[in-house]
Design a protein around this ligand. Structure first.
Ligand SMILES: CC(C)(COP(=O)(O)OP(=O)(O)OC[C@H]1O[C@@H](n2cnc3c(N)ncnc32)[C@H](O)[C@@H]1OP(=O)(O)O)[C@@H](O)C(=O)NCCC(=O)NCCS
Length: 154
């Protein structure tokens, strides 16, 4: 029974003491990870910062900012050992439900064109590509473009 419950994601607000666990995940799953300062700033700005837990373990986290009827998804991450088990999709749906509760009409995000997993997840959820931001991300050599994607929530 408890093993079964551990498979049901539980979402709660991120707090500063989560940042050690989050940074340990972040540094593994991204070639160009967010810094601890990026997460601290998001917490201070009172963005929607959330963790997903399985038992006591943080298995994923996300950061979203909502303003003026628009949501911007800034970070959506699943720990390497927990990927490809439906948790990213589940977290995205959780964020969409949260955004709808805040009367959001459109959600935006940026994703690297090389991030095939992320793009597949967003396309499968109904996001469409609306623009390219040239040289948006740091890369091993120079910079990489970002695809800007949008989902209408109404
Ligand atoms: C992208 C990410 C959030 C997906 O989360 P996940 O829990 O692994 O994905 P899910 O198991 O929920 O898969 C949902 C859908 O995403 C797509 N997907 C996920 N991983 C994929 C992969 N490695 N290759 C291709 N498609 C993939 C598929 O469409 C999948 O649906 P399917 O299982 O029916 O084929 C996760 O891989 C991750 O955290 N990656 C590193 C951080 C990152 O890139 N975040 C997004 C930044 S914009």
């Amino acid at each position: 029974m408890s093993a079964l419950l551990n498979n049901v994601p539980r979402y709660r607000r991120m707090v500063e003491r989560d940042l050690d666990a989050i940074m340990a995940i972040e540094n593994v799953i991204y070639p160009h990870p967010w810094t601890r300062g990026n997460f601290r700033d998001s917490l201070r700005e009172d963005y929607h910062c959330c963790v997903a837990e399985a038992g006591a373990e943080i298995v994923g986290y996300c950061v979203m900012v909502c303003a003026a009827g628009e949501a911007h998804l800034l970070n959506l991450s699943i720990a390497a050992a927990w990927q490809r088990q439906g948790r990213g999709r589940d977290m995205l749906h959780y964020l969409l439900a949260t955004a709808r509760e805040s009367s959001v009409q459109k959600m935006f995000l940026e994703v690297r064109p090389t991030n095939l997993a992320g793009i597949a997840l967003y396309l499968a959820t109904g996001f469409i590509e609306i623009a390219i931001r040239r040289g948006y991300y740091p890369a091993h050599r120079g910079h990489e473009d970002a695809l800007v994607m949008q989902l209408e929530l109404v």
